[in-house]
Design a protein around this ligand. Structure first.
Ligand code: AMP
Length: 552
């Protein structure tokens, strides 16, 4: 298929806000694809070339500007002027093709195959000269692109499609194109985490979601409970577990091979050799997939700040030293696969029993999560306070009769933490400082996701109280994510999740979400743990607001 055809589809998608129309446009497109190109087209229609966003293309606006200048032979001033006007480098590139018509542009037509191939190479290029090699790959594509193609190519590279295609629309389009039920498509997606693969299966008519040890699975998610009492009442047979504040890790064991994946489905095996070793020795199974929370702990086994664990996740070299300096502890709480058998459809009671059978504990290192089973509020409350006294976040109340639902918040797990607990929000904007702080970005604009539209809506500004160290760190992280600048205010691509503490939620007509946080403060960055889609939603904030009001 030619890239031109896809560009036409992008344009149609951009032109409508109606979800059903978008679904129909996409389903027509998917139907037309050959088996070879379908998965690629599905991913590109979502604006990505890797299914899980695990490999960001890593191209910032500045690099893109250089490419555009070189290809169309324009100077910086001209480019900046147009960019300010359009606020979009895609439209800027399109404008220059239309008006410059530089002779050097190539005549070759772009295929989907070629675009996909070049973009896929980008995140893998590292080391000396990587910038030049990346520029060459993008330039090769852009020099063949016609007007509309350039608009969407640039946007794809920058990860900013502006066509309003959320995962739900892709799911429904696949279902419609290949006569499947959306819920079945979603179920397979929840196991595979890749709509490209799911579409291929749907086209073949074989939609079996097989667990394959060694390939990452999406994990089950929790909902917030207003309080412990309400949570206990929800289930006939509740289990209460310590809620550890660390990193969710899924361990895949196959014979002597062990792989570790994060909740974002990134592989983190190399960073934690001790966990690999424990898994090899202490999981009694030929094949198993188990999961738990990894913590960094002090010599007394008390949790240490998450930042330390982050250092271990990011570390590529000198791992052995890290193992000594930042010891970790694995707390296991679930099992989804055991010796060729899928355990997802079994109730938690059975999964927990099997987990207990196959784990040989090494206390303080590799152990089962602290877990009690009771419906008695007094006992549960005592356990809850015990967890808090241990420096942990709170408890998880789980339905022992419920199956494992990957990738979803279905209310089988309820988290209970002290009220006015922090929120996970996404940085969607910022402001350049003034005077001494002019070179730093501060005053973060925080966004909560609207679960209905997938958009991030502002819920407050976080400015005061940031140290110079923090400002430096923030500027470093945000610089490459700037989408648009107007005066001192910049719009930031919603990518970085931060945990934010606050005193109260207030209703606010000033903010598009309708709510504002009073005295927000930055607790920590959560970019290694959470994707923007995992951040708290406007709907959650509304719920918390109502709970807070009810309490007063
Ligand atoms: P939250 O990140 O606030 O949405 O809470 C859900 C997360 O808590 C899970 O993704 C796990 O990483 C973590 N967690 C800690 N302890 C447990 C536990 N006992 N059971 C399930 N999840 C847990």
């Amino acid at each position: 298929m030619m890239y031109r055809q896809l560009a036409d589809v992008y344009e149609k998608l951009e032109a409508t806000t109606k979800k059903l129309e978008k679904r129909d446009i996409l389903s027509e497109l998917y139907k037309k694809c050959s088996s070879e190109e379908l998965a690629k087209v599905v991913l590109l229609s979502m604006g990505v070339v890797y299914p899980r966003g695990e490999l960001e293309l890593g191209i910032a606006n500045e690099m893109m500007k250089k490419v555009i200048q070189n290809i169309y032979g324009i100077d910086k001033h001209e480019l900046e002027k147009k960019f300010k006007e359009t606020g979009d480098l895609g439209l800027t590139a399109e404008f220059f093709i239309r008006h410059k018509k530089q002779q050097t542009l190539m005549k070759r037509d772009l295929t989907i195959e070629k675009v996909f191939e070049n973009l896929r190479k980008l995140p893998k290029i590292t080391g000396v000269g990587s910038q030049e090699r990346k520029i060459a790959l993008i330039s090769e594509l852009l020099s063949c692109a016609k007007e509309k193609e350039a608009r969407y190519l640039v946007r794809t590279v920058l990860g900013e499609m502006r066509i309003g295609v959320a995962a739900g629309i892709v799911r429904d389009a696949i279902a419609k194109a290949f006569n499947k039920e959306p819920k079945d498509v979603e179920h397979v997606f929840n196991i595979l985490g890749d709509y490209g693969k799911v579409a291929e299966m749907a086209k073949k008519g074989k939609m079996k979601a097989e667990i394959i040890p060694g390939s990452p699975l999406r994990v089950m998610l929790a909902e917030r409970a207003p309080d412990l009492k309400t949570a206990l009442e929800k289930f006939e047979n509740p289990a209460i577990e310590m809620k550890y504040d660390g990193l969710r890790v899924v361990i895949h064991k196959q014979g002597s091979s062990v792989k570790l994946f994060s909740r974002r489905l990134d592989e983190i095996t190399k960073q934690f050799p001790e966990v690999v070793e424990w898994s090899r020795k202490l999981i009694k199974a030929d094949e198993a997939i188990v999961e738990g929370e990894l913590l960094s702990v002090d010599s007394q086994g008390r949790p240490r700040p998450f930042q330390l664990l982050s250092r271990r996740i990011q570390r590529k070299y000198g791992i052995e030293r890290m193992v000594r300096e930042i010891p970790v502890q694995m707390n296991l709480f679930d099992l989804v696969y055991f010796n060729k058998e899928n355990y997802m459809r079994k109730p938690l009671k059975e999964r927990w029993k099997k987990l207990n059978e196959i784990i040989t504990e090494k206390k303080g290192k590799f152990q089962l999560a602290e877990h009690i089973e009771t419906k008695d509020f007094k006992k549960a409350n005592k356990f809850y306070h015990y967890c808090l006294s241990k420096g942990e976040e709170g408890v998880m109340v789980k339905n022992l009769d419920a199956h494992y639902q990957p990738g979803k918040r279905v209310g089988y797990w309820l988290k209970c933490k002290p009220i006015m607990e922090p929120l996970d929000l996404v940085i969607i904007g910022a402001e350049w400082g003034e005077g001494k702080r002019a070179k730093w970005l501060g005053s973060l604009i925080l966004g909560a996701r609207d679960s209905e539209t997938g958009k991030f809506l502002p819920t407050g500004m976080l400015g005061s109280g940031l140290t110079e160290e923090q400002l430096k760190e923030i500027t470093k992280k945000l610089k490459n994510l700037i989408i648009e600048e107007k005066g001192r205010v910049v719009r930031i691509k919603p990518e970085i999740v931060v945990e934010v503490g606050y005193e109260e939620i207030q209703q606010s007509p000033k903010y598009p979400s309708g709510y504002a946080l009073r005295f927000p403060r930055l607790l920590r960055f959560r970019e290694n743990e959470k994707n923007p889609e995992d951040a708290d939603t406007v709907q959650t904030i509304k719920k918390l607001f109502n709970m807070q009001r009810g309490r007063k």
